[in-house]
Design a protein. Structure first.
Length: 160
């Protein structure tokens, strides 16, 4: 049985987790968690470092990806964390993909099985698969992190 006390405790915990993340420069607890994961794997955390311009029909917009992970070959990919993947977010990412097909954007969802809207048969993961985006549930997969350039490698290349 769910009591009012239990609901208040859950709400307080969620709010305090978000406040903690905001205090550390992130917009959500999931972003902070992913940042820690990148750091613990020995990679440099590049949070919201880039702005990607894209056109919404009749309107120019800018998108700031959450994380940028450099690769040893000089290329990079972006990791976008999502709790709620709204229709506006999905539209934005399709526009960016169409206008910048060379940019590699990957998603980490707090729940990849969440439906894109109530009653939909399509989950966030299904949507990504359909549109050719790589995605993961709750954490960055190890094979993505292995593609990244470690902090040690960055330090070595910067001193050369």
């Amino acid at each position: 049985m769910i009591t009012l006390r239990r609901i208040r405790r859950v709400v307080r915990h969620t709010i305090s987790r978000r406040r903690h993340a905001i205090r550390h420069g992130y917009r959500s607890g999931l972003e902070e968690k992913i940042s820690r994961q990148i750091e613990e794997d020995g990679l440099v955390v590049l949070y919201e470092t880039d702005k990607i311009s894209y056109l919404v029909p009749e309107r120019k917009s800018v998108y700031t990806p959450d994380f940028k992970l450099p690769k040893p070959n000089g290329e990079f990919f972006f990791v976008e964390t999502k709790g709620i993947f709204s229709v506006q977010d999905r539209t934005k990412h399709l526009l960016i993909r169409h206008q910048h097909p060379h940019i590699d954007i990957r998603f980490v969802f707090s729940n990849q099985n969440q439906k894109i809207y109530k009653g939909s048969p399509t989950s966030y993961g299904d949507w990504c698969a359909k549109h050719g985006f790589q995605y993961a549930n709750r954490t960055i997969p190890d094979h993505w992190l292995e593609e990244g350039e470690s902090v040690d490698e960055l330090d070595t290349t910067e001193t050369k």
